[in-house]
Design a protein around this ligand. Sequence first.
Ligand code: BV8
Length: 264
Amino acid sequence: MSEDSADNSDIAHSGQDKALARVAGWLKDSRCAVLTGAGISKESGIPTFRDRDKMTGLWEKYDPSELATPGGFTRNPALVWQWYDYRRKLVAAARPNAGHLALVELEKYCRRLSVITQNVDRLHLQAGTEKLLELHGNILTFRCFNRGHQAEDVPMGLSEPPACHHDNCRSLLRPNVVWFGESLPPDILSHAAREAASCEVFLVIGTSGLVQPAASLPFTAARAGAKLVEINPDETPLTEQVDVFLKGTAGKILPALIAQLKTI
Ligand code: BV8
């Protein structure tokens, strides 16, 4: 079990302050790397992969790892396109929340801070995070399925994928995300691994830690001697392995960490 854990509801109690102060002390002037998952965007109104109760029938009826695959797209391009169009509308309406903004603030207190995200919503970029590694691409830009031609100005609300306009390519457009069964961009993955292997503190925020190879990054950091800190309202398979588990939402815990850092 982690040496220490802080529960969101007890942040006001000394136990929580103790855990927050401990982590803040590690973060001050540190080389820090952060891995975020869908949980950090939940307070911006974007449901996580596990919150099926918040999604339309599309999400409840189909398994995301079925829809988020090349095979799923080839089998039923219209269905996959509509699912992404639905999510793109949610993302377009979303704004960075206190958690995203606190990570930008954290840059002032760390010697170096790099954010590695599994999210495809670009809310870290919107919040102002500069050193961002998007492991799984983004949902807001598109390329064609067969030859990777980038596409601009793709309207929302289409019921099926448009064809690529690139010199009569005609292949169907797809979002610039990494699907299950597709390799992550090698340069981005190796950069993320280097950040994990060279940081002193590794924050794991809002991820169930189930998807590889992203889920291996905390272990890369721990093997290199970094302090592992998890921020999540629920326990995950990682919780047992971290140095400190800060139980709570990103929108509460991260600003509380900044408040602690201000006192050091
Ligand atoms: C790869 C983009 C090499 C798309 C995503 C068989 C065949 C092929 C591959 C595999 C296979 N078996 C295993 C694999 C590997 C596979 C994998 O890991 N599968 C899993 C399911 C076992 N990985 C891959 O395929 C990767 N590529 O391995 O390439 C290869 C190539 C060919 C063949 C073999 C290998 C590619 C993986 C990338 C997939 N794309 N996203 C899209 O978004 O549509 S993954 C997607 O799901 C997300 O990006 C994210 O990574 C994942 C969801 O995880 P989380 O972000 O953690 O979200 P989740 O909902 O699960 O959890 C939310 C957490 O937040 C919870 O813990 C909750 O408690 C917490 N929370 C809630 N509220 C808050 C909060 N936390 C803080 N604050 C709050 N307020």
